[in-house]
Structures are given as structure tokens and as C-alpha cells.
Design a protein around this ligand. Structure first.
Ligand SMILES: C[S@@+](CC[C@H](N)C(=O)[O-])C[C@H]1O[C@@H](n2cnc3c(N)ncnc32)[C@H](O)[C@@H]1O
Length: 201
């Protein structure tokens, strides 16, 4: 089976070219993007949060899966990369761009929870994890990627990832699935209430 997505968002090739010009190499790969689109499509009139916009490739995938009543908030610290996303996707009324620190945004946010949270930067993943999970609605999904070790990872990062995975899997209010696919993903779905006990293997 070839798992290369056959349909890609229209803005993607322009975003990629701008990313190359800007030397930005942190965008999500297409397989991850196709999963983002499918998860967004699973939440009609959904509320979607992306932490770490980058140049907007993940944003474009999310928007491509969302219906017209869904809304996306995407938060990015670096205005120089987010402006690329704003230039290409800013006309879409479903998306709100926030420029600032994701941790501060998570601490200050007092709105309704989200049906899908793509935590693609430090805050909401390696910091502020509890706060990001608190913002996932029952039945909603928390998704992280970049979990398979890469040659350029800083010293100690692999141990941080292992700690993160363990912490997520210890929670009894989320059901987790690890995907050793694309850059390595973990999807955690918030349970609606108490779950019958499972056993570890
Ligand atoms: C992996 S990239 C995001 C890629 C994007 N989500 C995609 O799917 O193509 C991570 C981004 O997080 C941003 N970032 C780093 N620290 C941040 C912070 N404290 N708050 C918000 N964004 C941050 C970086 O500038 C970078 O653009």
C-alpha cells in the first residue's frame, strides 16, 4: 500500500515554496497532514486548536478537512514565519491567527474546549501539558507528532519524549494510540466519563 496522500490542500505548494525560501524545515509531513484533515472532518462545526503555526502547512491541512461551521485558532511565537501562513490562508474566515507564546496563550485562554488540539510546539506538549489536555472536550482528540528519534535531536530529548508518552498513557481520562508512522505520532482521545479498567501488558 502506498500511503502518500493523493489529495493535498491547494495552498500547500505555495506554502512549501515560501518555507524553502525562509529556510523553515519544521512543517508537518503530508501523511500527518492527511490525518489532521481527517480528524478535523470528524468534528462537524468543530473547534480546532493548533499550537505552533509555522508557515501554515498543518493549518492548511486542518482547514481542508474542516466544514464551513468549524473554527481554527492557531498560535505561533515567530511572526516572521506566521506571516507566511497569514498571507496564504488569512482570507479564510474560519481561522484566527494568534502571534505570541503558546504557553501564555494556554494560561490566559478562558473559552470553550476544543474538539481537536494539534500540539506542535513546546507549550502544550513538553510544557503546559495538563492545561492543553484540560482544553480537550470529551470525545475530542489531542495529537502530537515528531516522536520518532531523529539524528538532530538535542541531548536529552529522547528521554523527554519517553516521559511525555508515559505521562499521557498514565492518564485515565484519555485513550491513547501510538503510531510509529510518519514522524511518529500519538493520538489521545478524551473519554466522556469513567472507563472500565484496562490492563497493561
Ligand atoms: C513544528 S513547527 C510547527 C509546524 C506546523 N504546525 C505544521 O504542521 O506545519 C513548531 C513551531 O512552533 C513555534 N514555536 C516555538 N516556540 C513556541 C512557543 N513558545 N509558542 C508558540 N509557538 C512556538 C516555532 O516557531 C515553529 O514555527
Amino acid at each position: 500500500m502506498d500511503d502518500t496522500p493523493s489529495v493535498i490542500p491547494t495552498a500547500l505548494s505555495a506554502l512549501r515554496s515560501k518555507a524553502r525560501d525562509a529556510g523553515f524545515i519544521m512543517s508537518s509531513e503530508d501523511r500527518t497532514g492527511s490525518l489532521l484533515a481527517a480528524l478535523a472532518a470528524a468534528a462537524p462545526a468543530g473547534r480546532v486548536l493548533e499550537l505552533g503555526t509555522g508557515v501554515g502547512e498543518g493549518t492548511a491541512w486542518l482547514l481542508s478537512g474542516m466544514d464551513s461551521a468549524s473554527r481554527l485558532t492557531t498560535v505561533e511565537l515567530d511572526p516572521d514565519v506566521q506571516v507566511i501562513a497569514q498571507e496564504h490562508l488569512g482570507d479564510d474566515p474560519r481561522v484566527t491567527f494568534v502571534t505570541g507564546d503558546g504557553g501564555t496563550w494556554l494560561e490566559d485562554f478562558d473559552g470553550a474546549p476544543f474538539d481537536l488540539v494539534f500540539a506542535d510546539t513546546w507549550p502544550g506538549k513538553f510544557t503546559h501539558l495538563d492545561r492543553a489536555l484540560e482544553l480537550v472536550a470529551p470525545g475530542g482528540t489531542y495529537l502530537i507528532d515528531d516522536l520518532i528519534p531523529q539524528p538532530g535531536w538535542p541531548e536529552g530529548h529522547e528521554a523527554s519524549v519517553e516521559r511525555l508518552l508515559a505521562e499521557l498513557e498514565e492518564r485515565d481520562d484519555f485513550r491513547c494510540v501510538r503510531m510509529a508512522w510518519a514522524s511518529g505520532l500519538l493520538m489521545a482521545v478524551r473519554t466522556a466519563g469513567a472507563q472500565p479498567g484496562g490492563s497493561s501488558v
